[in-house]
Design a protein around this ligand. Structure first.
Ligand SMILES: Cc1ncc(COP(=O)(O)O)c(C=O)c1O
Length: 403
């Protein structure tokens, strides 16, 4: 059976160059970079080279890069580390209602421990109101945490403008850049962010490795204790092979950024246009202007059907896509992102995310466009809501909102 992978926002295949670069670090170059002997010295240079490669991709100094295990760790570290380090200054954090659970649940945890959190609303296109953001800042605000790109809709937030606001009010600014790094240019200096989080497995590196940009001089409470690694900022023996692979993935992303952006965007636009042409009663979830979304992401609701049934039918044809974020699949709760955008619950249930990658081809898109309309039609014919042909009741249209 043909296998088509369009779930690159959940995870990506390790790039061949990345794997090749990693392999020696599981065998002959097995040392611990913190050791002073030959085995340690053999690998410490490789870790530092990877640090330079990460720094070059996001335009910071290598000394501002900390290696971590994943995006979730980075978000936890940025938020809890700031909350603790600045607790004398204030207890107010501003974030958005559409962040990844790694941010939302960390904020909820802090709320239980005496912090106040403002969850900014988004409009129906999933965008923020920057006046609302500015108005939410108080003299107790210690942190603004806004993702660079949303994992479900692909929406891009105006990070540079938010950075200017944070600078104006001297509030620390963290961005979850997990979905944007490697897909679009990310310049942490230009955006005036203090902390940015990267996850290896979203950009063709391995699972279990990530990096965090921490602006020089940013006061933080350590998140992992027990070792002096990463200049005492993150304890734990380095995942050398993972880190080397992350470095190579960052270098490849930097070299191929323009080419991959144009290629993937063309495929995504073709998929979007094809769906619009062939399937009635759909809703695009995210900003209608494709320039304001990641080039690879398309989130669409197909009225009257369950996203889960659609995914199962896709799976039978060898197509991998997702409903909501990978972390919420398996749950029948509609995604909090759809809820925050006031997508009605029936449409929210059918929201389907296609996230393409540079490995995808025109033939992949043609195949999806050939298989999708009959699947949607068949599922609609089985749907009591579709067959009834009456307007949905208020209960059925209940809007699910997080805030
Ligand atoms: C926006 C965003 N932030 C954070 C994460 C968590 O990253 P990781 O899987 O590396 O923990 C994800 C993963 O889906 C994500 O999409």
């Amino acid at each position: 059976m043909k296998k088509i992978y369009m779930d690159n926002n959940a995870t990506t295949r390790v790039k061949p160059e990345v794997l090749e670069a990693m392999l020696p670090f599981y065998q002959e170059q097995f040392g611990n970079p913190s050791s002073v002997h030959w085995a340690g010295r053999m690998v410490s240079g490789a870790v530092e080279k990877a640090r330079e490669q990460v720094a070059a991709l996001i335009n910071c100094s290598p000394a501002e890069v900390i290696f971590i295990s994943c995006g979730s760790e980075g978000d936890n570290f940025a938020i809890k580390g700031t909350a603790d380090a600045l607790k004398e200054k204030g207890n107010h954090i501003i974030t958005t209602s559409v962040e990844h659970p790694a941010v939302l649940e960390t904020c909820e945890h802090l709320e239980k421990n005496g912090y106040d959190v403002t969850y900014l609303k988004v409009d129906k296109d999933g965008m923020l109101d920057l006046q609302e953001l500015e108005a939410a800042i108080t003299d107790k605000t210690i942190l603004i945490s806004v993702m660079w790109a949303n994992n479900e809709t692909g929406n891009l937030f105006p990070i540079e403008k938010i950075g200017q606001i944070a600078k104006k009010y001297k509030v620390r600014f963290h961005t979850d850049a997990v979905q944007s790094v490697g897909k679009i240019p990310v310049d942490v200096q230009k955006a005036n962010v203090d902390m940015a989080v990267i996850s290896g497995h979203k950009i063709g590196a391995a699972k279990g490795v990530g990096a965090m940009y921490l602006r020089r001089g940013t006061r933080m409470t350590r998140f992992m204790h027990g070792g002096h690694q990463e200049r005492n900022r993150r304890a734990g023996t380095h995942n050398v092979a993972g880190i080397v692979g992350l470095g190579v993935a960052c270098e490849l992303a930097r070299e191929n950024m323009e080419k991959d952006y144009a290629y993937v965007r063309k495929l995504r636009d073709k998929l979007e246009a094809g769906i619009r042409e062939t399937i009635p009663e759909i809703k695009l979830n995210g900003h209608p202007n494709p320039d304001l979304r990641l080039p690879n992401t398309l989130n669409v609701s197909f009225a009257y059907i369950e996203g889960e049934s659609l995914l199962l039918n896709f799976d039978m044809k060898g197509i991998a896509a997702s409903s909501g974020s990978a972390c919420t699949s398996g749950s029948l709760e509609p995604s909090h992102v759809m809820g925050a955008m006031c997508v009605d619950v029936v449409l929210a249930h059918s929201s389907t995310r296609f996230s393409l990658g540079a490995d995808n081809t025109e033939e992949d898109v043609d195949f999806v466009l050939q298989e999708l309309p009959p699947i949607v039609q068949r599922l609609r014919e089985m749907s009591p809501l579709y067959n009834r042909k009456e307007p949905l009741t208020c209960d059925e249209c209940r809007v699910v909102r997080r805030v």
